[in-house]
Design a protein. Structure first.
Length: 179
């Protein structure tokens, strides 16, 4: 039986104080996610809140980032409309990566075996050249290898080796190096 009233944030560090968190939420929900906010300004806002963002990064509208200070993005990476980076823990995205529309990178979960439903969070790493296709989900603790592909609608719950495609039905197969 779950004892949800006993849930605490024990062991979870948001990384910044309440004022910074509130300011980020205000900026994210009024400007950052808006269609009229230029992509360059989105990058500048993330950097202003502590994200490490490379050159030539494109971040489209409706992207949600929980904590910018726990985000690293390499050069020439694209993050598509409606993507959600639920980064309770660090998310590291390499160079030349595509995170497609409505994809989700989720570093947080709960321990289903614990009555208090405590957090069971872990970082995510997306290596250079990988692609997280439309509506794919990458779960806590996963590394997507170099040029790996999380196919459309897939749920990746364990590491995906370099040059491997995971399909929506969980099948995995090798892919060729992009030319």
């Amino acid at each position: 039986m779950r004892d949800l009233p006993s849930f605490t944030l024990a062991g979870y560090d948001k990384g910044r104080g309440l004022l910074t968190q509130a300011l980020w939420f205000a900026v994210m929900n009024t400007l950052f996610m808006s269609w009229f906010c230029p992509a360059r300004l989105r990058v500048a806002l993330l950097r202003a809140f502590g994200a490490k963002i490379g050159e030539g990064v494109l971040i489209r509208h409706r992207v949600r980032v929980l904590w910018p200070w726990k985000l690293t993005v390499g050069d020439h990476t694209w993050i598509g409309e409606g993507a959600w980076l639920l980064n309770l823990e660090p998310v590291t995205i390499g160079a030349n990566v595509c995170v497609s529309q409505e994809a989700m990178l989720c570093t947080g979960s709960h321990d289903h075996r614990a009555a208090d439903f405590r957090y069971r969070n872990a970082p995510i790493v997306v290596e250079d050249g990988a692609w997280v296709a439309v509506r794919a989900t990458v779960l806590a603790g996963v590394t997507l290898g170099r040029c790996a592909v999380a196919g459309a609608g897939s749920v990746v719950h364990k590491n995906l080796p370099a040059l491997t495609l995971q399909t929506m039905d969980g099948q995995r197969r090798p892919v060729e190096e992009p030319k």
